[in-house]
Design a protein around this ligand. Structure first.
Ligand code: SAM
Length: 152
């Protein structure tokens, strides 16, 4: 196994999936970005295959693409409750003690605990037993967490 870190990028690429969670800014098809553009931007900073793997499609359809290595950093930037839930389902088995989870949209939906990433993270920690410790807040609505996988 290579000792070089891998970088996975999971996204539909044609934009947000069908949803009824947000306003027009989160409507289906918003945030469209071609996989070719993402590939070129990664190449510009020295990131390319085989270390780089961009995986197009819904998170829920790509659980088998995550590989078998532990996750160091998982950037969750998918806005919605269902999307964050599906992303956590995909990455959950790869989280280890000390994995870092920057959550770009933690305080979206006016920081409502029953919506968006706040809801998905709460449900995930309840179901998995993994504890998330706030590390730092950043940006307008973002928060980074440290994972504790066997909390005592
Ligand atoms: C706010 S954009 C952020 C995109 C990118 N991280 C950036 O900063 O430019 C949210 C992204 O999440 C993706 N996304 C949301 N739900 C998804 C899902 N269920 N499966 C795959 N991608 C999803 C959308 O396609 C969109 O590109």
């Amino acid at each position: 196994m290579s000792s070089r870190p891998s970088f996975y990028g999971f996204d539909t690429f044609p934009g947000m999936p069908q949803n009824d969670e947000g306003d027009d800014t989160l409507a289906s098809g918003s945030f469209r970005a071609g996989i070719e553009i993402a590939t070129a931007r990664c190449r510009a900073v020295g990131l390319q295959a085989p270390e780089l793997q961009l995986v197009p499609g819904l998170f829920a359809d790509n659980a088998d693409r995550i590989g078998d290595r532990p996750a160091a950093i998982v950037h969750l930037d998918c806005d919605l409750h269902a999307s964050t839930r599906d992303a956590l389902c995909l990455i959950g088995p790869r989280l280890v003690q000390g994995s870092v989870l920057p959550c770009d949209d933690y305080d979206l939906f006016r920081a409502d605990n029953q919506a968006g990433q706040r809801r998905a993270l709460r449900e995930f920690t309840e179901a998995s037993g993994i504890q998330l410790e706030t590390w730092f807040a950043y940006g307008a609505a973002s928060r980074a967490f440290l994972c504790h996988v066997n909390p005592t």
